[in-house]
Design a protein around this ligand. Structure first.
Ligand SMILES: CC(C)(COP(=O)(O)OP(=O)(O)OC[C@H]1O[C@@H](n2cnc3c(N)ncnc32)[C@H](O)[C@@H]1OP(=O)(O)O)[C@@H](O)C(=O)NCCC(=O)NCCS
Length: 293
């Protein structure tokens, strides 16, 4: 076992493609996106690979961020059947030693065999919901008293406050910085609702165009994320309006399919809003956790 290196990325992508074939993951991130995400990653301490016959047979990467629950860590493991659990174990033990309060592993439904023996507990379902475009998209329905603006006119700095305000009551919320939220997105796909009177930001929805190689969905895919409404403005149709609008914008930007991810036990039942907009569960995953409060 050794630390992974940036120049392992092409081999890691091959290994991660096998994770999709085994049903443990639903996607492999695109290489450009991955290199950007791992730009300043501490490969030496936070990754390991196992080699066999001069090729990588297993890998694990750990990422973490501060949250109100303490440090929240994610273990991304991959590997051939006889090495996979060992990679997950390395990740969980590393997180424990590094002081993470919560360590999470996301894995396809019913693919977590052996996880309880590593101190992990199945805590909730996690879904990818998809929608085709062929049947026509829902019409955006503006909500009286609010206006919609996009990233071309939003004041910089306001996305993070709004994101962190709308997601504060989301399960395992971790605050984000402005750059993490919008810097890699097209401004016309970043939508915000503001009150008409005070121009106060109250809801957001972000979209982006992604291309996944070897994926059965018609490509490219329009991905919707960060759907949030401040508590005092919920149940008025704001999220439905913004999501319906971003779907149209994603189609105009070339998307041939639409996807989003949602916590299957979301306490505000976001999945109901998505179902009403024509989305259906397309991939079921499970969240497993080891907690060391
Ligand atoms: C989920 C969320 C974005 C919905 O925003 P919203 O502006 O209130 O959504 P809408 O008013 O368009 O509601 C659409 C539908 O969603 C469902 N819904 C929304 N909130 C709900 C709740 N608390 N309980 C049950 N259903 C709810 C309902 O079906 C609702 O339609 P209805 O009001 O006609 O019954 C908002 O509650 C939120 O910010 N939650 C915290 C962050 C989060 O979980 N985001 C989703 C991440 S995937």
């Amino acid at each position: 076992m050794r630390s992974a290196r940036e120049d392992d990325i092409p081999q890691l992508l091959d290994l991660w493609r096998e994770e999709v074939a085994r049903g443990r993951q639903d996607i492999v991130p695109g290489e450009t996106r991955l290199r950007r995400m791992l730009g300043r990653f501490d490969w030496d301490s936070k990754s390991r690979v196992v080699e066999r016959d001069e090729r990588i047979a297993g890998s694990v990467i750990v990422m973490s961020r501060p949250s109100p629950d303490g440090v929240l860590a994610n273990v991304y493991a991959a590997g051939e059947p006889d090495v996979y659990l060992g990679m997950v174990r390395w990740g969980v033990e590393f997180c424990r030693a590094a002081g993470a309060a919560v360590t999470q592993v996301f894995v396809g439904k019913d693919r977590g065999a052996g996880f309880p023996g590593l101190g992990l507990r199945h805590v909730r379902p996690w879904w990818r919901m998809d929608r085709g475009i062929g049947d026509g998209l829902p019409r955006p329905d503006p909500v009286p008293g609010y206006e919609m603006i996009d990233g071309r006119t939003v004041h910089s700095g306001s996305w993070a406050d709004l994101f962190n305000g709308t997601f504060a009551d989301h399960w395992r919320f971790a605050p984000r910085l402005e750059a993490e939220i919008v810097s890699d997105k097209s401004p016309e796909l970043c939508l915000m609702a503001v009150t008409s009177a005070e121009r106060e930001p109250v809801a957001l929805t972000l979209g982006e165009i992604e291309r996944y190689t070897g994926d059965p969905r018609p490509q490219p895919v329009g991905l919707i994320s960060s759907v949030g409404t401040l508590p005092g403005h919920r149940r008025r149709g704001l999220a439905t309006w913004l999501v319906a609008d971003v779907l149209q914008r994603l189609q105009a930007a070339g998307a041939h399919h639409l996807s989003l991810y949602v916590d299957g036990e979301n306490h505000t039942r976001a999945y109901n809003a998505y179902r009403k907009l024509g989305f259906e569960v397309a991939f079921e995953a499970e969240v497993w956790e080891a907690t060391f409060p």
